[in-house]
Design a protein around this ligand. Structure first.
Ligand code: DAH
Length: 339
């Protein structure tokens, strides 16, 4: 019995040593340890062993089974390691190859300048207000002293949603919305999208952006408006920026003005950038009309205020010398990556 066991162990060792893959290992396992395997067959012959020898023989069979099992495990382990090593060898990465470029988005030029504008006004004590782009006719026109038959409506070709609802043509309606909610002192800017049914060309887009400004308090005067807007222009365009105010007309301010900056390219001499004018128009502004204060629930006898409206696209086009407004909305990465 003992020799037989030694023989089986020896044969198993040889076959396992010769096994080249997992399948060969498995075949050997079945052959020696399986139900119909050699060890099992040997156990069946236990009945011929003298009863007093059976425990010792049984122990020997178990020892041989354990040894074969541990050889199989060890072989399996070595084979797995070899397979991994081979795989690593075959799949070596060439670290000198150029990597794949990760394309990272860029901030849109309109947002770059808008952020700068916000920073400037926040620094001057303003806070930011937001309002709806789908707006009541009341806020977009009526409350701003632009009744239904007013010629100013013709200059702002309006997208009507219904008789009384429009896509806002200007951010000026925010003046009224803010004054209705907040009592003076008021000091806000309200940036946002506006819409006009203009045909698209190099300087017109049916969607563009404005930044509305509003200051209301006791004793606010035109000189406050001029001071703040001149300060703003110097912060945005540089300390040596020269500004001028030209009388103008807006229905919701009285008096009204437009602010120009002296052309930063030719310094007033006249060049293609300023179309020979020497000046570039930057914004519209004025003292809030008493009617607008009143309709918003603020007593014009006690309070006064000023307002201004800046065109964002125009500001950014001037800043970066962009000559076609359509570039802002086409999302061509070759354009966007320049900023
Ligand atoms: N809303 C005017 C426009 O779209 C711009 C404007 C002018 C706004 C004068 C103002 C202002 O607040 O006081 O043309």
């Amino acid at each position: 019995m003992k020799e037989k066991l030694q023989g089986i162990l020896q044969a198993a060792k040889e076959q396992l040593a010769a096994a080249v893959d997992a399948r060969a290992l498995d075949e050997a396992r079945v052959k020696f340890l399986g139900k119909k395997g050699e060890l099992t067959a040997l156990l069946k012959g236990m009945k011929d062993v003298a009863p007093e020898d059976r425990p010792a023989v049984g122990q020997m069979v178990n020892d041989v089974r354990a040894e074969i099992e541990s050889i199989i495990d060890a072989r399996r382990q070595t084979m797995a390691e070899a397979a991994l090593a081979q795989k690593l060898e075959a799949e070596t990465i060439d670290v000198t190859l150029p990597g794949e470029e990760v394309i990272i988005g860029k901030e849109h030029p309109l947002n770059i300048v808008l952020d700068e504008l916000k920073e400037i006004f926040i620094g001057l004590g303003f806070s930011i207000a937001e309002g709806p782009e789908v707006e009541l006719d009341h806020y977009n026109f009526e409350a701003l002293n632009i009744p239904k038959d007013h010629p100013a409506r013709d200059t702002q070709d309006t997208f009507y949603i219904s008789d009384n609802v429009v896509l806002r043509t200007q951010t000026s309606g925010m003046q009224v919305r803010v004054m209705e909610k907040k009592k003076p002192p008021i000091r806000i800017i309200a940036p946002g999208r506006v819409y006009r049914s203009d045909a698209v060309d190099a300087t017109h887009s049916p969607l563009f952006h404005q930044i509305e400004g509003l200051v209301v308090d006791k004793g606010i005067r035109m000189s406050d408006l001029k001071g703040i807007l001149e300060l703003f222009a110097k912060k945005l365009y540089g300390e040596d920026t020269v500004v001028r105010f030209r009388p103008h007309h807006f229905p919701f301010t009285e008096p009204s003005a437009e602010m120009d900056i002296q052309c930063y390219r030719c310094h007033g001499a006249g060049c293609p950038l300023c179309k020979g004018e020497g000046w570039i128009e930057i914004l519209g502004c004025g003292m809030v009309h008493p009617k607008v204060l009143e309709v918003s629930g603020i007593d014009p006898e006690v309070y006064s205020g000023y307002a201004f409206g800046i065109g964002l696209e125009r500001t950014v086009m001037g800043r970066y010398k962009i000559d076609d407004i359509r570039l802002f909305y086409e999302n061509d990465v070759r354009f966007l990556h320049q900023f």
